[in-house]
Design a binder for this molecule. Structure first.
Ligand code: COA
Ligand code: NAD
Length: 690
């Protein structure tokens, strides 16, 4: 962890060297400050700063955020660079993010590699740029672009960085270009803080705030960033810098920043489990996808986008036409939205074939079945695949609920079978649950993780149970919602409470989108094993019987019109009728009472999932809830949220609710153990070493 310095013909080469991402911790800050003095003492002509490896620098070392700040602070280091008698050039050789981008802004000149990206992702970690970014960036790119970059956290590529004035030039060899830059030209660049701040523009600020009030509702950092940027439009640079620093330090300790850091590190831990590090995955080139419906087409598109070759197998000729149409629709939508162009669309299309002929996948390296949710059909499709695939091929099922052990046991070699549970739309949703059946061997699990990496998805390993991690929690969530519905609320009140908590939509609107028939079919499958003593709420079943399947049938829990969604009086009557039949005296629930019940139910279920070893860690469950089910990321996922509430509080709540219904509300043994031993859920988990 060093800053390397080299004097070559009076040019100082300074390299930030802190693998793997050149995060800027204490020793890097100190090293940069030392480099300022070194360059001045040696009266160098210029300093060229770059990053070791293929990155410039990925920002402040977030591991330091849990501890008090230690001098020298980055804003002071950057002021020293900017005010130095020796001009500094940033040779941006790769990602320059957060504090890395701020270093570049403090240099006189910025030369960027054509393949690099620069940006300010701080809000995604619950903070704002803390070393001048909120003040220098608007001076370079203008108010609107700076607001956009800082509040979205999205980095820009080299072409855009040049076009908005963020960098001076693009080159493939940035060190050489920086070396060859004419000294007059370099000295003519005005230090960024000396440029005039943009004009105050309340309209632009209001527009961004309005946009964020929908997109980033509940989050502090983007709004704080706007306030600090606004301060800088009318204050002296140093004064605004002090405000920025104060805000940054306040946010760094906030619950939201802690929650977002938890998700950031959980994601990285999940992507590369230590227990799999010595297992080599199989190579992935050609993938067979059985079923080209909603999921199969989305999975195929995701695979194609990642450069793989895909063969979709369908049931008959008519179905191949439908599957082709399904993939084409996704391609067209991606083209319209500018994600791909005509040329790449043609190239992607050339790697896809759709057929009924199983022999055409005889050389595939992975097979994923995504046919209807039927045990018999899945067994028979996988059996047909088994007969034609090479003997080492990984065979996956995308089942939502079915028993992967039973599916695997049906095949001659169950060690090759696992679940790859994608989420709809499969080419967009980041979560991939990797379901390990009893006999799945590590090599196929490792292949699942490799696939997640290729597809840029977040993998979470889960054991076999009804619904795995995500759908099992979802089932409990819906059951708790239906209970509150029957006992006193409306779908709208329940949805609103969850939206106020931070979900993009509540459970009823979500069901209207996914279709009530899927959960209905699943409940019928569970009829035989359901505990007859457990309270069963029939409202959703009756809705399906009446043809209210959600948006696809013209309405479900809500009526839909051009004015949006409204409560459906027929549904409300149905709820009241069911309550009357069950002799329930309905009562009002506040938003808080609704969220308390729904979230407590989910946390308790998730604790059981962890206790049973279905999930390996609480942070894996957090990733499932955030990336698959819309739990607000800034609350850190379900388990982190449970920990932040206090597990004693959760247990007290369950015991109170149990007075109404002791069968449904049973404290998870894990929650009790945590409370007794003063542990948090995030302390629990199968240790990676085991
Ligand atoms: N501080 C500390 N550690 C960091 C870090 C940071 N700012 N950024 C990344 N890391 C660590 C990761 O935790 C990971 O550690 P691990 O190997 O122990 O799991 C390692 O660096 C590699 O990161 P990863 O994200 O897996 O690498 P990548 O090549 O896929 O992506 C980046 C590289 C830079 C694009 C990505 O790491 C990133 O976006 N980092 C965050 C940047 C940021 O938000 N900076 C602002 C901080 S306020
Ligand atoms: P779908 O009805 O849209 O598609 C199923 C496809 O399978 C159809 O195209 C059908 O023609 C094809 N098919 C049927 N028999 C076949 C056979 N013998 N050989 C090849 N293809 C055959 O269903 P879907 O929503 O895509 O769901 C597929 C699977 O994915 C199910 O197991 C489902 O539980 C699971 N899943 C669905 C979602 C979701 O939200 N839709 C999410 C995750 C997982």
């Amino acid at each position: 962890m060093t800053v390397d310095k080299r004097n070559e013909n009076n040019v100082g080469y300074v390299k930030i060297n802190n693998p793997p991402v050149n995060a800027i911790g204490l020793s890097i800050r100190q090293g940069l400050l030392d480099a300022v003095s070194w360059a001045e003492e040696n009266q160098l002509d210029r300093v060229i700063v770059s990053g070791a490896g293929n990155l410039f620098a990925a920002g402040a070392d977030t591991n330091e955020f849990d501890y008090p700040p230690v001098e020298p602070h980055l804003p002071d280091v950057l002021n020293a660079i900017e005010r130095s008698a020796v001009p500094w050039i940033a040779a941006i050789n790769g990602f320059a993010l957060g504090g890395g981008a701020e270093i570049a802004l403090a240099c006189r000149m910025r030369i960027m590699s054509n393949s690099a990206k620069i940006g300010f992702p701080e809000v995604t970690l619950g903070v704002i740029p803390g070393a001048g970014g909120t003040q220098r960036l608007p001076r370079l790119v203008g108010l609107e672009k700076a607001l956009d970059m800082i509040t979205s956290g999205r980095p820009v590529n080299a072409a855009e960085a040049l076009s908005v004035g963020l960098v001076h030039a693009l080159h493939d060899d940035v060190l050489d270009a920086a070396f060859k830059t004419n000294i007059e030209q370099l000295l003519s660049c005005v230090p960024t803080s000396k440029l005039a701040a943009p004009e105050a523009n309340s309209e632009a600020i209001t527009a961004v705030k309005q946009r964020l009030s929908r997109k980033s509702k509940g989050q502090s950092a983007p709004f704080d960033a706007i306030d600090v940027i606004e301060t800088g439009l009318t204050s002296e640079f140093d004064e605004a810098l002090a405000t920025e620093r104060q805000t940054f330090l306040k946010l760094r300790q906030s619950d939201q920043a802690k929650a977002l850091r938890h998700i950031f590190f959980s994601e990285r831990a999940a992507a590369a489990p230590k227990w799999l590090k010595n297992v080599s995955p199989l190579s992935l080139e050609h993938v067979a996808v059985a079923g080209g419906g909603t999921m199969g087409a989305g999975i195929a598109y995701a695979l194609l986008s990642a450069g793989l070759r895909v063969t979709i197998l369908e049931a008959d000729q008519e179905a191949t036409v439908r599957a082709n149409t399904n993939v084409n629709q996704i391609l067209e939508a991606s083209l319209t939205r500018g994600f791909i162009n005509e040329i790449s669309m043609t190239e992607i299309r050339s790697r896809l074939s759709v057929t009924t002929d199983y022999a055409s996948v005889a050389a595939a390296s992975l097979a994923i079945e995504a046919v209807f949710e039927s045990m018999e059909l899945k067994k028979s499709v996988l059996e047909s695949l088994f007969k034609v695939l090479p003997p080492e091929t990984t065979m996956a099922t995308n089942t939502s609920y079915l028993d992967v052990n039973e599916i695997a046991a049906h095949l001659p070699d169950p060690t090759r079978v696992l679940g790859l549970h994608f989420f709809a739309p499969a080419h967009i949703m980041k979560l991939l649950e990797i379901i390990r059946a009893e006999k799945t061997s590590d090599v196929h699990i490792a292949t699942g993780f490799k696939l997640a990496k290729i597809l840029r998805k977040t993998p979470v390993i889960a054991g076999v149970c009804d619904g795995f991690i995500g759908n099992r929690i979802l089932a409990r969530y819906r059951e708790a919602a239906d209970t509150v519905l029957l006992d006193g609320s409306t779908p709208h009140e329940i949805d609103l409470a969850m939206v106020e908590f931070g979900y993009a939509m509540g459970p009823y609107e979500a069901q209207d989108i996914s279709g009530l028939d899927i959960a209905h079919a699943n409940r019928r499958r569970q009829d035989a094993t359901r505990d007859p003593k457990r309270r069963y709420i029939q409202i959703a079943d009756r809705m399906v019987e009446q043809g209210k399947l959600g948006k696809k049938s013209g309405g479900g829990w809500y009526q839909y019109s051009s004015d949006g969604k409204q409560n459906d009086p027929v549904v409300i009557d149905l709820v009241i009728e069911e309550a009357r039949a069950a002799s329930i005296e309905r009562r009002d629930y506040s938003s808080e009472q609704i969220t308390d019940r729904l979230l407590t139910a989910m946390i308790n279920e998730a604790a059981d999932i962890l206790n049973e070893g279905i999930a390996r860690s609480a942070s894996d469950i957090d990733l499932v809830t955030v990336f698959g089910y819309g739990f607000p990321r800034w609350r850190g996922g379900l388990m982190h949220y449970g920990d932040s509430l206090g597990l004693g509080t959760i247990v007290d709540r369950i015991e109170t609710f149990a007075m109404e219904d002791p069968i449904v509300w049973r404290v998870s043994p894990l929650l009790r153990r945590c409370v007794e031993n003063n542990l948090s859920l995030c302390d629990i988990g199968v240790k990676d070493a085991t």
